[in-house]
Design a protein around this ligand. Structure first.
Ligand code: SAH
Length: 248
């Protein structure tokens, strides 16, 4: 049970597997006015940076579930490094259908909404773990510019233009699901670069260290094409943000 290996190669050096910097993650924690003892559930917790730094900086307690064994191990190591192992727990597993035994104050899925079959399904899933009056966090892309063609959408790694909304429509869609949008922190092009460009050095070093690996061709092709493709498409067309929601 694991995610495709390409991600654990290209993102092995990432602490945040999203177009967010540590500063933006801290901004989000501050924006949510987290109190010590606030409980957080994180589906698709990656390498655990959100829970670990929020435990250190804001005193939250939390549980993360992630399908990647490597990322989950990194999350546990990060908790040790930051001295928060008594406050956060990481589980290696499939978060699809995961509902916590005790209701939490904040239920999050940051950049992994396929876990619930899309944004609406993920919000429904998170709501099942949430205490009344709690906050749902969803991290999701949106179009900064609407692609003129389906080809452009595909170059942005979307299957189709209809995969994502423009920002106003995305915010309106949360309203249609019965939620107030109570906060948001958005990525910008610089924070996208930290997510994307950091993969290039990781790939280059991996290629140099693993010349006989069966993934060499795929990684080589990516490193050759991604900088230009990213600059031409995702960097210009795709936005991303984390949205805080409360049921109306
Ligand atoms: N929220 C984290 C990770 C986002 S990347 C961060 O912001 O850093 C998406 C994550 O979803 C990856 O860590 C991947 O391993 C995880 N994932 C993918 N499918 C999953 C599933 N079915 N259940 C749990 N985690 C999953």
């Amino acid at each position: 049970m694991d995610i495709p290996r390409i991600f654990t190669i290209t993102e092995s050096a990432h602490r945040i597997h999203n177009p967010f910097t540590p500063e933006k993650l801290a901004t989000l924690g501050a924006a949510l006015r987290l109190e010590p003892g606030t409980s957080v559930l994180d589906l698709g917790s990656g390498s655990g940076e959100m829970l670990c730094t929020w435990a250190r900086d804001y005193g939250i307690v939390g549980t993360g579930i992630d399908l990647s064994q490597l990322f989950t191990e990194q999350a546990k190591r990060r908790a040790e490094e930051l001295g928060v192992t008594d406050r956060v727990k990481f589980i290696h597993g499939d978060a699809a259908g995961y509902v916590s035994d005790e209701k939490v104050d904040v239920a999050a899925c940051v950049g992994a909404t396929w876990i619930g079959g899309g944004v609406a399904g993920t919000i429904e899933l998170l709501a099942r773990s949430l205490r009344p009056g709690g906050i749902i966090l969803v991290g999701e892309p949106f179009w900064r510019q609407l692609p003129a063609t389906e080809d452009i959408a595909r170059e942005c790694d979307a299957e189709s233009i209809s995969d994502f909304f423009m920002l106003p429509e995305l915010l309106a869609s949360f309203g249609s699901l019965g939620y107030d949008v109570v906060e948001m922190v958005l990525a910008d092009q610089d924070s996208w670069d930290r997510y994307e460009a950091a993969q290039w050095l990781t790939m280059r070093r991996w290629l140099d260290a693993n010349p006989d690996d069966e993934m060499v061709q795929e990684v080589r092709a990516r490193l050759t094409s991604e900088p230009v493709r990213y600059a031409a498409f995702r960097r210009e067309y795709l936005g991303w943000g984390v949205f805080a929601l409360m049921a109306r």
